[in-house]
Ligand binder design. Structure first.
Ligand SMILES: Nc1nc2c(c(=O)[nH]1)N[C@H]1C(S)=C(S)[C@@H](COP(=O)(O)O)O[C@H]1N2
Ligand SMILES: [Mo]
Length: 200
């Protein structure tokens, strides 16, 4: 009872602040949502592969990934199934760090995220250069749990959450936009929650 009143109050507040996208409602919980099974994680065999249209393709072990400079971001999270979770604090490695290291070629305009289990999703390269886009291994105050994407997930706060791939294992830079898992099934190629770009 108290919790549902508190939820409504916060939802009104976020709407007034202009932070609740149209058609969304605020959740105080953190739903788990994905297609398929939660993959296992073995730090001795895990790697992160960056390739495609880049000057310097590279592959990092889990230890090498841990040694990259770290960043922390506070951001909202909007799932296309209409829940929004506010003020998440994520920690991990800024996408800028990864992109600067890879040095995209002139022709690179899009990035496909590749995950354990085969999930993929596409975004324009420039969207991944926003200040608050990161590869996160922590949702403060805890490390990510397996069902939320451990050991590593993408976080792209300004797009619907299906663009924030869990169990991410690599990035492919491309010249042309290529539909990922949900995009092939009718989801929008871009996915701006404030414009309700749910389907196409
Ligand atoms: N690998 C993978 N990542 C994924 C998905 C998925 O099915 N597989 N689902 C996406 C969707 S639709 C959402 S809403 C968020 C949910 O993240 P959460 O389970 O941590 O809330 O993960 C996204 N990332
Ligand atoms: Mo979602």
């Amino acid at each position: 009872m108290f919790r549902s009143m508190e939820r409504k109050r916060l939802e009104r507040k976020r709407r007034q602040e202009g932070r609740l996208p149209p058609g969304q409602s605020l959740t105080l919980k953190w739903p788990v949502l994905h297609a398929g099974a939660v993959p296992g994680f073995d730090p001795s065999t895990w790697s992160f592969v960056v390739g495609g249209l880049v000057e310097r393709p590279f592959e990092l072990t889990w230890q090498e990934f841990q040694d990259l400079p770290r960043t922390r971001v506070q951001a909202d999270f909007h799932c296309v199934t209409t829940w929004s979770k506010f003020d998440n604090v994520w920690e991990g490695v800024s996408m800028r760090t990864i992109v600067e290291r890879a040095r995209p070629k002139e022709r690179a305009r899009y990035v496909i995220q590749h995950c354990d289990g085969g999930y993929t999703t596409n975004t324009p390269l420039e969207d991944l250069l926003h200040d608050n886009v990161l590869l996160a291994d922590t949702h403060e105050p805890e490390p990510l749990t397996p069902e939320h994407g451990a050991p590593l997930r993408m976080i792209v706060p300004h797009l619907y959450a299906w663009k924030s791939a869990k169990w991410i294992r690599g990035l492919e830079f491309t010249a042309h936009d290529r539909a990922g898992f949900w995009e092939r099934r009718g989801y929008h190629m871009y996915g701006d929650p404030f414009r309700e770009e749910r389907f196409r």
